[in-house]
Design a protein. Structure first.
Ligand SMILES: O=C(O)CNC(=O)[C@H](CS)NC(=O)CCC(=O)C(=O)O
Length: 275
């Protein structure tokens, strides 16, 4: 049994302030005995517009933000997963990435968001992530951590059960959805999607979240969550808490094994494709 910490933060376009918030939470997670701490999508910054987002992006190998996070992870001997923007090989386009940082090794995995959020909702948000971002082209093998094998997805990937099933089939015990959900879609869909993915994949789900107001034009739903493989929400960030903080849960890999044994989900691949 090991302790996991999942963060909720309110990133702005001030990278240094965002780094300070994350570093303080890394220190707090470690001091409370967590083995790994998980941060949301776009922890490095949430920009006012896509040109500012492009301007602020740095390759992880030369990002002051990432350097500080790696140093803090090392100092406190704690694994860190964190969402950042990185430049892509396409002109004027970013990658939306989730980095896995191991205390003594630095960045060991960089997952790039595969499904981009292009929506136009009546009386709701209009967001075209593909204006500024290119999609990633790979689902990466789950990475061994002190909590179990962690499979990476990001935010809007949550709406694609195939992605979660693929990660489970690749060996994931835990699937992570670092997110910045909109308030409208979050209120309607966030918890039910996370619990559904836990049940589909019979895995723990960690959903670190951006919450609150980033700037005058943009706010996120928050409600960072940890769901167990039985579909129970075992931790959820409270709206009443401060803008930046942590939720914790003890992770028991036995539960993953038991749920998969109690309810075997044997596929009918004569009726639909293997994922
Ligand atoms: O813009 C950045 O810098 C970081 N990226 C995001 O916040 C992304 C793209 S706009 N947000 C989502 O995917 C929300 C998904 C969502 O809300 C849903 O599926 O309902």
């Amino acid at each position: 049994m090991s302790l996991a910490a999942v963060a909720q933060i309110t990133s702005t376009s001030n990278i240094l302030k965002n780094a300070k918030i994350c570093k303080d939470l890394i220190a707090e997670a470690a001091s409370k005995g967590a083995k790994c701490v998980f941060f949301p999508e776009a922890s490095d910054y949430i920009a006012h517009n896509s040109s500012e987002a492009l301007e602020l992006s740095r390759h992880p190998d030369c990002s002051a933000f990432v350097k500080q996070i790696c140093a803090e992870a090392k100092q406190h001997s704690i694994y860190v997963q964190i969402g950042v923007h990185e430049p892509s090989s396409f002109e004027n386009k970013l990658l939306n990435s989730s980095l896995l940082i191991v205390p003594d090794k630095g960045i060991v995995q960089r997952y790039n968001k595969a499904h981009l959020f292009d929506v136009d909702i009546a009386n709701g948000p209009v967001l075209k992530e593909s204006n500024s971002t290119v999609p990633g082209n790979a689902i990466l093998p789950p990475f061994e951590t002190p909590l179990g094998k962690v499979g990476s997805a990001i935010c809007f990937d949550l709406r694609f059960p195939e992605h979660a099933l693929k990660l489970r089939n690749m060996g994931a015990d835990i699937i992570t959805y670092p997110s910045a959900f909109t308030q409208k879609t979050g209120a309607a869909h966030w918890e039910v999607l996370l619990r559904a993915r836990a049940l589909d994949a019979q895995s723990y789900i960690f959903a670190a979240a951006q919450g609150g107001s980033h700037n005058e034009k943009r706010a996120s739903y928050g409600h960072a969550m940890i769901v167990d493989p039985w579909g129970t929400t075992i931790a959820q960030y409270s709206d009443l808490a401060s803008p930046n903080g942590l939720i914790f849960a003890n992770i028991e890999l036995n539960l993953v094994e038991h749920v998969r044994k109690f309810i075997p989900l044997l596929r009918r691949n004569d009726l639909y494709p293997v994922i």
